[in-house]
Every structure is written in structure tokens, then in C-alpha cells.
Ligand binder design. Sequence first.
Ligand SMILES: [Zn+2]
Length: 342
Amino acid sequence: MNSIELHAGSWQRLQDWRAKLPHALLLSGVRGLGKVELATAFAAGLLCEMPQPDGRACGSCLACRWFEQGNHPDFRVLQPEAQRLAEEGGEAGDKAKRGGQQITIDQVRELDDFFAVGTHRQGLRIILVHPAETLNRNAANAILKVLEEPPPGTLFLLVSNEPMRLLPTLRSRCQSLPVGLPSRESAVRFLTAAGVSDAETWLALAGGAPGLALGLAEKTGSDWMESLTQALGQGGRLEVIATAASLEKTLKAVKGENPLPQLVDWSQKWLVDLNLAVQGLPIRFYMQQRARIEALAGKSNPVKLVRFYRQLLKLRRESEHPLNVRLFLEQFFFSYRALFVE
Ligand SMILES: [Zn+2]
């Protein structure tokens, strides 16, 4: 399962443009939908010499081979330097933090050579820009200038998570394709096929965006998420000291950024579910834990629940720079346990 199947409607709209391509297309929508994959597949399909009936690239012609190797002469990608380095991974990934976060005018100027030479096979050249909101002002103006008198057979594919941050004049030059959330069923199928267990929960935690859900599931691993839900599921019987100690160990094994803010976010969502269950409403996030959450709801004190939810907002700030992770977790779990009467 891939982005085309997840967004069949959007893919069809892209195909409708094939007959008369605009000079600029803007795909927009929340982070983690697979918009870049969709735009890339569209570009590959346009450059392919024998596209399939549904517009997909054949995957075997010369153009497709160039495309897959990342050296199709009629295709360019504009993205912030930091993002490019991070995608390369390895040592380059370490350098990424120092790389630029914006798309600069120099990067746009480098396209001049690209525009100067004729296109190769399909009479078309494509520039993928993502995320388009990282175009700095000068770079955006330079693209606008190109769009005023576009070289023949040129298509800009802009992809944006935050289209309102684009220069309005640039936005108005683009044909717009808003990409929405895929259906829950297809997103769950996508995640399950990618090897994510408990796909429904991850999808709910990611607000329905499958790519984001996949990223969260891969980054977090099931370890500490499982430890957390198990701990929260204990309610009034939670062994605070032991749980905080073992969770601290699990969290220490997490590479990269501090996972505590994420832990507080997900606990907040657990509290939302608990609150819904107290009111007899269906829960939203932790589908697999429904029975447990409903049982806990019967033992919880609704007034304390609301108070704790507010306290979590404060803990969220502290979690960014905790002085002591163990103490933070203990304080958090003691307050949580006090919500329940056994
Ligand atoms: Zn092909």
C-alpha cells in the first residue's frame, strides 16, 4: 500500500491535470500524509515513457531508471539544505543540524542552467519544492519571476504543510490541490502493512495522518509506549517508585530528542479518553485499552481528573527541561494514582 492508494481521490485530480498541465501546482495538507510521495509519484508518471493507465510510472523504461537512481536530467528537488543532509543520513545526518533551514535564492538561481538546456524525452521539466513554506522571501520572489514567464514545459510541484505561510502572490499563481486525511480503514491497512502493531492507537495519536503515525511508531518503538500504557492502566494500584525507575531506564535507551514531552502529550490523551469514559462517551485514542479505561473511569474522581489535566499543562512545560527524570516521573505517577479510589 502506498500514497497513491491512500489518496486515490487526490491522485485522480492530479491525473485530470495531465491533459493540460499548469505551470505550478500546490499540494497542501497537514504533516505526515504522504504528500511528497504523491507529488514524486506524479512527477515520475509524467516523465515515464510508458505510463500505466492509472498514470503511474512503469518503473522499467529508461526515464524511470534515471528517476529511481535520482539522476533524471529533467527533474530537480528544491529543499532546505538541512533536510537534504538529514535524508542522506550517516555522517551527513549529523551535519544536518548545522545546515540551512530555508530554501535560498541561490538554490533557485541554480535552476537557470536547468531552464537553459532543452528537455530530454517528454518535453517536460519538473521542480519539486518541499516544504514550500521554507522558501525564504527572496527565493519565493525568484520563483514568482520564473512563473511570470515560465520556460515552456516547466512544472513546479510545490508541497506545503502550512500553505498560509507562503507568499500570497506565489500561492495565487498555483493551481491548488488540498490533500485531506485518508479514510481510517485505509490508513490502518497502510500502517499494518508497514509492520506497525496497534495501528489504530498510533493513527489516533497522530491525528489521523498515516505518515506521522508511522514515524511515531518507528521512532518510539513499542517499548516505552507499552510501559506507559501499562503503568497508566494500573490506576490506583500503580507501584509508583518501581514504575518510575523502570520507565526511566526505558526512556534512557531512546536515542535522539528528549522523550518526556511526548510522554506527557500521550498521557494527556489518555486523560482525554478517561474523561470521555467518565461521561459515558466513546474513547478516541487508546482503542485497544478501552475495557481498561472504562473500568478505571468507574473508580476515578471527576473533579480531581479535571484538576490533574490542568496540572499536566504545567508538567508539559517542565518536561522540556526536567531537572531529574526519575523525580519527574515519580511526581507525575503519584498525582495520577491519586485520581482513583480502590
Ligand atoms: Zn517508465
